[in-house]
Design a binder for this molecule. Structure first.
Ligand SMILES: Cc1cc2nc3c(=O)[nH]c(=O)nc-3n(C[C@H](O)[C@H](O)[C@H](O)COP(=O)(O)O)c2cc1C
Ligand SMILES: O=C(O)C(=O)c1ccccc1
Length: 349
């Protein structure tokens, strides 16, 4: 039996080829932000309340109108078939069983329609996209998301260019192995490899407006860190935000997400999610206290998938669920909505 999310990482490291483990685990440049995301949680302390007499906890909440059973969603990560042959299908089944949102990556190795089918009616599926230089391709992707029954589009805005991941360069990992493709790019005119997904160096608020004009789906922006950008985002009509530094894979030395969360969350009225370095139930409670509506996990899903396929993802989600439940009990909270900002403070070293 695995006792923690970190044990899954060790299992995954043992099972995966080096290049795949490094692709999943790695960050940009010196990986300062990669480490900072996790470390920042240790600099925050919880200040529990006691004697409140709650026998049980309700871990559920609502996100963009969808009821979710735990305040943890699956952040979008590329290439699940590098972790397990069933890839995103297995991930979708685990997300559906846990009763939470899966944000499928535009760079999934299973087409979004097939991810939706694997997850079934219970799955709340959102599709993450990178706006493409050719608006026709973006429009086609949006259509594929709508046809698959996705309930939101998550637009990643932290990547006008790719971050430089030295591990991938060292390993010569620049494209998917034979037989694996960015399936959502299929038949859109490219070679279906990693390089088919293009970044838009001049990404701007105009692109957000253009995208909003293409669809009736709610739009969530992922990769914001600055409160001023959050305010502008809401003025452009977005329905939610994900405070994220892309798991330390884009701008190295960017702040840890948990350190900027409160500034963003207090600046806007839309739901704010946060991802980066969340590995324990107490991390989730700290994020809720700092204003998050829910959190996202990236690598922990990949570690579960690599270790034991969909069962492994389910185990990771179950571990986090149990830890959140215990952390709520020990902080005196009966629900995620009772987690208030006074329950967290900066640790004195
Ligand atoms: C291997 C890997 C692939 C990723 N692919 C994407 C992606 O395709 N689109 C995206 O918006 N974010 C992507 N991300 C960033 C995640 O959505 C998320 O922000 C990050 O993993 C959260 O940090 P954590 O891994 O510490 O939980 C990726 C992250 C990893 C580790
Ligand atoms: O690795 C990533 O972080 C990522 O976002 C990505 C995007 C497109 C293709 C491959 C990876």
């Amino acid at each position: 039996m695995r006792l923690s999310v970190r044990e899954f990482e060790a299992l995954a490291r043992d099972r995966l080829p080096r290049y795949a483990y490094d692709f999943f685990a790695g960050g940009a440049d010196d990986e300062v932000t990669l480490r900072a995301n996790e470390n920042a949680f240790t600099r925050l302390s919880l200040v529990p309340r006691v004697l409140r007499g709650h026998r049980e906890r309700d871990l559920g909440t609502t996100l963009l109108g969808a009821r979710i059973a735990v305040p943890v969603v699956l952040s979008p990560t590329a290439f699940h078939r590098l972790a397990h042959p069933e890839g995103e299908r297995a991930t979708a089944r685990a997300a559906a069983a846990a009763g939470t949102v899966m944000i499928a990556s535009m760079a999934s190795t299973v087409p979004v329609g097939d991810i939706a089918k694997a997850g079934g009616d219970d799955l709340v599926l959102w599709l993450q996209i990178y706006v493409q230089p050719d608006a026709r391709i973006t429009r086609e992707l949006v259509g594929r998301a709508e046809d698959a029954g996705c309930r939101a589009l998550v637009v990643t805005v932290d990547s006008p260019v790719f971050g430089r991941r030295e591990r991938d360069h060292r390993n010569g990992f620049h494209d998917l192995p034979p037989g694996m493709y960015c399936e959502n790019m299929r038949d859109l005119g490219g070679q279906r490899g990693v390089r088919d997904i293009e970044m838009v160096a001049g990404l701007s608020w105009d692109h957000v407006d253009e995208l909003a004009a293409m669809t009736g789906l709610p739009i969530v922006l992922k990769g914001l860190m600055h409160p001023a950008d959050a305010v502008t985002a809401v003025a452009h009509g977005v329905s939610g935000l994900v405070v994220s530094n892309h798991g330390g894979r884009q701008l190295d030395t960017a702040a840890a997400t948990i350190d900027v969360l409160a500034g963003v969350a207090s600046a806007v009225g839309v739901p704010v999610l946060v991802d980066g370095g969340i590995r324990r139930g107490t991390d989730v409670v700290k994020a809720l206290a700092l204003g998050a509506a829910a959190v996202g996990i990236g690598r922990p899903v990949l570690w579960g998938l690599a270790a034991r396929g969909g069962e492994g993802v389910s185990e990771v989600l179950a571990l986090l669920r149990e830890e959140i439940d215990r952390a709520l009990a020990l902080t005196g909270c009966a629900s995620v909505h009772e987690v208030t900002s006074d329950l967290v403070r900066e640790a004195r070293c």
